[in-house]
Design a protein around this ligand. Structure first.
Ligand SMILES: NC(=O)c1ccc[n+]([C@@H]2O[C@H](COP(=O)([O-])OP(=O)(O)OC[C@H]3O[C@@H](n4cnc5c(N)ncnc54)[C@H](OP(=O)(O)O)[C@@H]3O)[C@@H](O)[C@H]2O)c1
Length: 253
């Protein structure tokens, strides 16, 4: 059997469809996470040597947004192990526009991880994607609505993308040679957080009132200016309305 592809973060929003896509293409995959098929912990290093030994490619999609400070050490450790085992291609998934948000810890960490990959002796590729459709409804809206109304920044822009399309792109990258820093990968349309919140509510995702407020600060300014978007790169095909339709298909009207 050909040397396997190691996918870190294999139980995550991206990791699950990525593992499925690679396997559907007939490739051998080691699906790595702390609680998944191949168990390894990037923070402690437990199980990591065995998980990486003999791998041809690593796609590093693990992340711990609750403890972003762990991601830098985890990426450093993974790179060290990969270098020791002579991995031929290290692929890192990052986020569009992160250099424009110096005040956000998670984005600073992503930049630091990118720098580790670029500075390693491994042949590498970095793909920056925009937000997956799941991010706002599943992660941001519950937080933004925790005190009552669902509060979003007025005019905040976003260009969300279907995660299965990102997985497809990563599988294509894994099949090719290391390519360095790739062009941004973004969804098919520019939206606002307000529009996504209102559509989510209309579809039945929340009963909370949606408030779009003119929020102050540098992060809010960057969001309004479209720092998370890449309008010249409308790679994704699936639209937000279609994603919502898929999500709620079969739900009671
Ligand atoms: N979500 C987005 O909108 C978006 C957009 C662009 C780029 N990205 C990037 O894409 C990547 C994946 O994002 P995601 O949303 O799919 O993440 P996610 O759903 O939060 O999944 C994170 C994964 O990392 C694993 N993990 C966390 N800490 C670990 C550790 N110490 N050791 C081993 N595995 C660990 C988790 O599995 P266990 O808990 O089982 O260990 C899980 O499989 C991230 O790098 C993110 O920055 C995300």
């Amino acid at each position: 059997m050909a040397n396997p592809i190691v996918v870190t973060g294999a139980t995550g929003t991206l990791g699950r469809p990525l593992v499925a896509t690679l396997r559907a293409r007939g490739l051998a995959v080691r699906a790595l996470s702390r609680r998944g098929e191949v168990r390894a912990d990037l923070t402690t290093g437990e199980g990591l040597e065995d998980a990486v030994r003999g791998a041809a490619v690593i796609i590093h999609a693990a992340s711990d947004p609750q403890h972003p400070e762990h991601d830098v050490a985890a990426t450093r450790r993974l790179i060290e192990v990969a270098q020791r085992h002579g991995v031929g291609h290290f692929i890192y998934i990052s986020i569009v526009g992160i250099e424009k948000f110096s005040g956000m810890a998670y984005y600073r960490v992503k930049l630091d991880c990118e720098a580790l990959v670029r500075g390693s002796t491994l042949p590498w590729t970095i793909l920056r994607a925009t937000q997956f459709f799941e991010l706002l409804p599943e992660r941001m809206f519950p937080v933004l609505g925790r005190f009552g109304p669902l509060v979003v920044g007025r005019g905040w822009q976003i260009q969300p993308v279907e995660v299965r399309e990102v997985a497809d792109k990563l599988a294509d990258i894994a099949a090719g040679p290391p390519a360095g820093m790739l062009p941004d990968f973004a969804g098919p349309e520019l939206l606002t957080w307000e529009q996504m919140a209102r559509d989510w509510k209309r579809a039945g995702g929340t009963r909370k009132p949606v408030w779009a407020l003119p929020l102050p600060g540098a992060v809010s300014r960057a969001m309004r200016a479209g720092a998370l978007t890449a309008p010249a790169h409308t790679d994704g095909k699936l639209r937000w309305s279609q994603w919502l339709h898929e999500r709620f298909a079969g739900a009671a009207p």
